[in-house]
Design a protein around this ligand. Structure first.
Ligand code: HEC
Length: 157
């Protein structure tokens, strides 16, 4: 029994040291500047309900206006979060919407509805820490109604 206690003690000590050393690796938490003329809000006909949904449940990973709570500073959590934000922005960035061509916009609108409806987005790692970010059926419907309207507007242009 004494031996087990010693092993546990060492595991705790080594774990604590690794945690401290991990803090030295700090991936950049960026918020690149936003050109208000090219945002998704500026380039689409968005009602306030949809704007709220995107802001509340998606914008932290899909825009350059990420809110970075304190724990995004703490490794190793920070590594995963910065990575999600970078990947999320790479795939879909509301702040750079106007730079996408019509085909890409159409594809992203389609995906937004699809992934939201399927419960894939917002990510499951995000919703527990962000109260109210889970989409209700009503939210999903509002979002998909909007993406359908925007897609129709794209093809009629
Ligand atoms: C916690 C961060 C996070 C949140 C919040 C989030 N996403 Fe994502 N999203 C990602 C990541 C990371 C990817 C890339 C996934 C991959 O490549 O597997 C992604 C991918 C996507 C894609 C795929 C784009 C493509 O072309 O493949 C769409 C569409 C999308 N998200 C929509 C949304 C919508 C709509 C919301 C809000 C309802 C949302 N996301 C909320 C992180 C997030």
């Amino acid at each position: 029994m004494k031996k087990v206690g010693k092993i546990v003690k060492w595991i705790v000590v080594i774990g604590a040291c690794l945690f401290v050393v991990a803090q030295l690796i700090r991936p950049a938490r960026t918020n690149p500047s936003v050109d208000p003329a090219v945002t998704i809000e500026a380039r689409t006909q968005m009602d306030p309900q949809v704007a709220r949904i995107l802001d509340r449940s998606c914008a932290d990973c899909h825009s350059n206006k990420t809110r970075w709570p304190w724990y995004t500073n703490v490794a190793p959590v920070s590594w995963f979060i910065v990575n999600h934000v970078n990947e999320g922005r790479h795939d879909l960035n509301f702040s750079e919407w106007g730079n996408y061509n019509a085909r890409r916009q159409d594809n992203k609108l389609h995906e937004m509805c699809d992934l939201a409806k399927g419960g894939v987005m917002p990510l499951g790692s995000y919703t527990p820490l962000h109260k109210g970010s889970t989409l209700s059926d009503e939210d999903k419907k509002a979002l998909c109604d909007w993406t359908n309207r925007e897609r129709a507007a794209l093809t009629s242009r």
